[in-house]
Design a binder for this molecule. Structure first.
Ligand SMILES: [Zn+2]
Length: 386
């Protein structure tokens, strides 16, 4: 007789134990508050830099140079100085808090080194991007925001293409899946789905995080599936199959392309809002910069943080939709509902499995583990083994 899906789901979640559930709840709820504090920190950083007049001075100093050089230098100075100002907060939110909850074992020195590398890389790429945006403002007139959304789409495509090849290997080591029965099982799944087997990697995710996780990324020739060594070591053969089936689902269903489409649409909306709202926010921060002046960059980026926060529920709904599709793909192609469920329960350590419906709608970029395990158990009940 098939067990009741609701009872089976509850048994999976309860299997975590009361202490683990309480810790997951505290960690997850605290993480939601971090979103608000992040915005506050970005507002304070923006205000301090505007009040110091730092970027006005940099702009004046480079006044004899071309506008492209000027906006690039202003961008670099802004991204680096804001990262320095926000460093105590980054250490607290991204390292200390993670360590306290045993989500990471990364030494502070390694965190700081990788954080520094990320900041440098972000500063160069961010400054290049905004130099492009300021050039479009100068050259394309009142429709600059449409052109800037186009630039965002081009940059996002380039980043998606290059990230697995150039950027991610700077932070982690990606290796082909080691030979053995697990690899053989993955090759069968990948071949059936038309995914080249050499596009599946194991990476040392344990360097930064104890999270049980895997992801599908890249586009075109760089498209790949990567499984963290935490998941690789902590999963049974069936769990690896179920999780890989989920990631192959993302790959086969073209979710990266879909995300790219969404970035493009959001960019049109974002730059339109900048065009209309910049003057108001400049006054709020007591700055004098005009929209076309690179010294107004902190205000533009604060508006980006605000739009990011307000857009979170929309992006999350979009993410949850794709995750449900990938779970369904795994169930339909791999057909291991219990292995999928037990693997999902391991992600409940960092995503509280029983949020309220409202909390899930606003904050969860994946459906709750309860909902996902519930779907696996429904699937199991509908597909009895004979
Ligand atoms: Zn997924």
């Amino acid at each position: 007789m098939q067990p009741d899906p609701v009872a089976a789901t509850a048994a999976y979640i309860d299997g975590l134990g009361a202490d683990n559930l309480a810790r997951a709840l505290a960690y997850t709820t605290g993480g939601h508050w971090l979103l608000l504090w992040n915005l506050l920190v970005s507002g304070v950083v923006c205000w301090v830099i505007v009040r110091m007049g730092l970027l006005d001075r940099v702009e004046a100093r480079f006044s004899a140079r071309g506008p492209g050089v000027r906006s690039f230098v202003v961008g670099i100075v802004y991204f680096l100085s804001s990262a320095v100002l926000a460093l105590p907060w980054s250490i607290y939110s991204s390292w200390w808090r993670e360590s306290t909850y045993h989500r990471t074992a990364q030494p502070l020195s390694d965190f700081l080194m990788q954080n520094g590398l990320g900041t440098l890389l972000g500063a160069v790429l961010g400054a290049l991007f905004f130099s492009g945006v300021f050039a479009l403002m100068r050259r394309t007139g009142p429709r600059w925001w449409i052109w800037s959304a186009g630039l965002t789409a081009g940059s996002a495509a380039l980043l998606l293409l290059l990230a697995p090849v150039v950027i991610e290997p700077m932070f982690n080591e990606y290796r082909p899946v080691p030979a053995g029965e697990v690899r053989d099982a993955i090759v069968v799944l990948a071949t059936r789905a038309g995914v080249p087997e050499d596009r599946i990697f194991v990476y040392d995710g344990s360097r930064q995080s104890n999270n049980f996780t895997a992801n599908a990324g890249g586009i075109g020739a760089s498209a790949r599936i990567a499984v963290s060594d935490v998941a690789w070591k902590g999963a049974s053969l069936d769990e690896v199959k179920a999780v890989t089936g989920h990631e192959i689902g993302h790959y086969v269903l073209g979710h990266t392309w879909r995300a790219f489409g969404m970035i493009t649409v959001l960019a049109v909306l974002f730059f339109f809002l900048i065009d209309r709202g910049f003057a108001t926010f400049v006054r709020l921060f007591g700055a004098r910069a005009s929209l076309a002046s690179p010294a107004g960059l902190p205000v533009v980026l604060f508006m980006a943080s605000l739009c990011g926060l307000l857009g979170t529920p929309v992006a999350n709904a979009f993410g949850r939709f794709g995750e449900t599709e990938a779970d369904r793909y795994s169930l339909d192609t791999v057909g291991l509902p219990d292995a999928l469920a037990s693997a999902l329960v391991k992600t409940a350590e960092y995503r509280y499995p029983r949020p309220s419906a409202l909390e899930e709608a606003i904050f969860y970029d994946h459906p709750s583990v309860q909902r996902r395990v519930g779907m696996a158990m429904q699937w199991k009940a509908a597909h009895p083994v004979h």
